[in-house]
Design a protein around this ligand. Sequence first.
Ligand code: NOJ
Length: 526
Amino acid sequence: MSAEWWREAIVYQVYPRSFADADGDGQGDLRGLISRLDHLSGLGVDAVWLSPFYPSPLADGGYDVADYRDVDPRYGTLADFDRLVAEAGARGIRVIVDIVPNHCSVEHPWFREALRGVGRDRFIFRDRPNGWQSKFGGPAWTQVEDGQWYLHLFDASQPDWNWRHPEVVAMFEDVLRFWLDRGVTGFRIDVANMLFKQDGLPEVELPPGTPLIPADAAVPYENQPELLELYRSWRAILDGYPGARMSVAEIWYGNAEVARPYLTGDGLAQLFNFRLMPAPWSAARFREVIEESHRLAVETGGSIPWVLGNHDVPRMVTRYGIDQDLVRDPTAEVLLGQVEVDVVLGTRRARAAALLLLALPGSAYIYQGDELGLPEHLTIPAGERQDPMFERTARTFIGRDGCRVPLPWSGQATPYGFADVPVRPWLPQPEEWGRLSVAAQQAADGSTLELYRRAIAERRRHPALGDGDLTWLEHGPEVLAFRREPGFTLVVNFGAEPVPFTGTVLLASGPLDGGLLPCDTAVWLA
Ligand code: NOJ
């Protein structure tokens, strides 16, 4: 692996609240994660990225940070964190943490001071709100007791920082150093394209009939030029530490050109590529996204961190098991609770997608539970849903709880080994998850867990995989196929009919039919 290890790394995303619960309170914690590190080394990942574990009222699952330099007591202590870094490091696994610089929590001491009238200019307070809308639905402004309003582009519990205030800039530099000193290898930067707001906070037209602004709309609170300078300065901090530290930015875009300034900006190591997530299961659409993204990566000298799942989107198995016209349409989320899901079909496609993901040039991010083929939990009772999006959109968006359900490790009943004691997890687990648990899939021939393990092992072994180039092969409109040198071919059949292939099979996402590749199946060939 090169010095820029992230260019081809496999990074596993841990959502700490739902990974493993050592103290039996129904919420995951750092000691739980430490106790399950062998699962990650068994998978063969290079790094873990931890979603926030900082002190937080958990109004947005921890993306509402009350203290950037500590561990929430529900998740453990700083000593536990240090042990995590050491124990992961002993297994060759790096630790990336989440930094949330656009907003904090209303519980952050500086915001509490601001409410008392001290240091309000660290946030964005105005006498009158403008018409900006929250990304979670509803107005982006909340009024405080003395009549002023503060800006929050997400939940009202998440006030936006004023990035034109030098104390805010300095505070975040300290936070970066705090975690770098503790041995983290880098940062995943939350909503990295927001932070700076255009002077004067000009109005934005909301498209009629939708509660949310569509992606790629040029809005005065996204992609402002000051960000490039900020990320250059963060890069300088990272580069001041030994051992190739990095950052990966969360930026959603539809048009690849939105990414170009960041990729040429000499600041961020990587920008997540989310573009396959809203893509329907279609060879043509997948190829279009991969071609465009790869071209941009080659032009900018970057590498692509591919993502097929995370804690913000419906699970792959469910996405690929619904009417594919709904995947492209943002209202799919609305309908998800109502549409029919073919889990068998979705699982077949998700397994094929995993082989595609791991064969693409660049790095791959795997969201916890995708290696088990978990589906979205669609029947969480309304009263138990926790995502603020659900209420803020008057329950029209079902929200993101369904992909955040605690993992099944073993056994046939909840909590499925998530905790060792019979506790009720913070989100309910579905009834049929026993067959999907890690224990049930371990060493089970043909299980999704085994498929991931074998694919990651093969990827590490094969000189063609990881960073590099690809050459498209023409196989008809329903087939996606490319070659990577030396001597590797991927073929994915998106169509309804089996297709012929030639070569020696290294790995297949499902049973093959002699020399034919069945529909919704991928194969790796030598
Ligand atoms: C993106 C995070 O991934 C998401 O979970 C969170 O709600 C928003 N940013 C706000 O921090």
